[in-house]
Design a protein around this ligand. Sequence first.
Ligand SMILES: [Zn+2]
Ligand SMILES: [Zn+2]
Length: 341
Amino acid sequence: MKIATLTNPEEILITETTKPAAKENEIVIKVDYIGICGSDIHAYYGKHPFITCPITLGHEFVGRVVETGKGVKGVLPGELVTAIPQIFCHQCEPCRSGRYNICDTLKVIGCQTPGAACDYFAFDASLVKKIPKGMPKEIAATIEPAAVGVHAVHRGADVKGKNVVVMGAGTIGNLTAQAALAEGAKQVLITDLSDYRLEVARECGISQIANTGKVSVEIAMKQAFQGDKADIFFECVGIGATVNQAIELSKKGHDIVVVGVFGNRPEINMSLVQDKELRLIGSLMYVEKDYDRTIDLMNRGMIHTKPLISKTFELADYAKAFRYIEEHKDSSLKVLIQVSE
Ligand SMILES: [Zn+2]
Ligand SMILES: [Zn+2]
């Protein structure tokens, strides 16, 4: 079978290797699609602090079961599945309280252990999630990033009936905004500097959009919420400027959920955080209940990922896909790799 390895930054080698056999509690799938995400892009350019070469990437994937190990129950060959790509210890304090997304020794499949950028991929059956009948494979490949958005929405105060601002309309911002709407937010305003990303947000059903290169967040909020203020902010950019804007514009005593990944260490206006009794809440990946909720919401048409899929490449063109993303930074969102037909 074919396997793609990021051997050095900007160097992907596709080689032949032996197809894996299912161990006792493992499932082997024939991989259909993998998604490329922000962390893959950082890894590709050698800029991810926790991913080192050589590595087979691919933590967003979908495929058909071809083999199950002796101990595996309830999953059959032929079924379309994905997996929660988290390997955790079950013993540390976060794990014991069910927060294994922040396990002290968390390993992410495709980041710290080999991922699914190969024809056949084996993983522990405890991580498997079945794809509902009728959900297209390429849509199923986007469950993982959607779960990031759903988890973020579950991290802050209940969004039901609330005015929500999502800063950043990239894949995660878009999906966070959709998740907020799906969980009953009254109004969701999404902001970005790219009209392309905002148009995709609109296509996904987020009607309140604002290009903050043209209008201030404050004015956009007034228009979106009929003069009212935002009850909760989601920072999905990962820069100090947007965090500080959220801190300044937040109502007193409310939540700011920090979802963006920060390349630099910004200066944050902590005096206002203290004075307004704000809560800055971090959000990382997801746990199983977020995954189940995501699959359910996507299956019921409450979260749409089709407009987010900008382009699909074949595995042979994996490196081209990374170059495409680099060249289309402001005009592409999710890029998929079709591994097999
Ligand atoms: Zn991802
Ligand atoms: Zn743990």
